[in-house]
Design a protein around this ligand. Sequence first.
Ligand SMILES: Nc1ncnc2c1ncn2[C@@H]1O[C@H](COP(=O)(O)OP(=O)(O)OP(=O)(O)O)[C@@H](O)[C@H]1O
Ligand SMILES: [Mg+2]
Length: 398
Amino acid sequence: MSRFIIITTDTSFEQRVRAAVVGGLHGNVQSLPESAINGTPQGIINQDPTEPPEVLILGPGVSIDEALKLAAVLDLQFPEVSVILAADTSPELVLAAMRSGVRDIVSPGAEADDIRILLERACLSSAGRRRGLSDPGHSDSESGRVIAVMSPKGGVGKTTVATNLAIGLGKTAPMGVVIVDLDVQFGDVASALSLQPEHTLVDAVTGAAAHDAMVMKAFLTVHAGGIYALCAPINPHEADLVTADHIGRLIAQLATEFQYVVVDTAPGLGELALAVLEQASDAVWVVGMDIPSIKGLRTGLGVLNELGLIPQGRHVVLNFANRHTGLNVQDIEATLRVPVDIVIPLSPSASFATNKGVPLMQDGARSAVTKNLKKLVARFELQGASSHKKLHRRVVVS
Ligand SMILES: Nc1ncnc2c1ncn2[C@@H]1O[C@H](COP(=O)(O)OP(=O)(O)OP(=O)(O)O)[C@@H](O)[C@H]1O
Ligand SMILES: [Mg+2]
């Protein structure tokens, strides 16, 4: 069977793909001539009608425009086939590739070992899509990290932290990050990222999408930072349509597709937040520099501990840090009974960024806030990001 089809003029690259497959994957690699890039998707996919391919690798040496066009048509007609583009990347190409439903981009100079990791993920994703949402069928080792950004109290900076974390992770894992806005009534991820989503969380978890992973993916929105977003419903009334069950399945599915699933949540420990915690590998606990927020987190952590719902990765972020509150970090740690990992200073630049709809991590300006946000991002890059930096998923767009 040909699990892998490659269209390229670069024989050295093709050999490395073959070596990658021989070195640890099942199935064969079938090579098609360069002219196949202009053919029909059916012609390519039905090379072996008994066994459709799982992964199609386009390039190097083929026209990128033609490759993206082909990827876009395949995304509609054969969404279960993962398309990988072999080309030198640029932010523009990453965006164009995301919009065409390309699953991943690999450097033409990549070694066989790196190509193998990428192909493995592409096969997993293809298999996940064939199975559909009802059975995500993944093990923990195969899934991406699910990072829940939480706090019992409102207004402490969850959305600020979640959007910056997603953008920061997107720099090392372009196409590999999705941010989900689970503040279903008053979510503002779309506003913080200047997105005008065509579809929202409600579309992604109800109707056809609830049973079909491929349909669900059509509801993600592409952000210019090379990440995907699943935005909250526009109308707060729609919030009632989203259940904890929906969220459990959605997060599990996204974790099979993405290296990082960053979840922004509503204040408190409602049932949707608990459904996320059940799936989360990490929680980022955001706390402000005021007693109600600190005590709220201490109580929340106690309750969640009793329920056994504290994810393994714990990251405490103290936000709005400043000298004029009568509190210091040691006081706060003593009250929380856990260490503070990241301290983000109070800064007008943070509210300015929210109002502008451009997260600080996106605009690249250096400040004490971005320095500490980068430290937060680094905690996730260091703890178990695989050598494969860019995982992704296909999708449609705002
Ligand atoms: N370090 C900071 N310095 C100054 N302003 C900040 C800082 N962090 C966040 N803000 C601002 O505080 C406001 C609330 O932040 P944000 O929306 O991120 O909080 P939230 O916890 O998501 O709120 P909610 O609970 O309502 O969802 C925003 O206007 C944001 O720009
Ligand atoms: Mg928020």
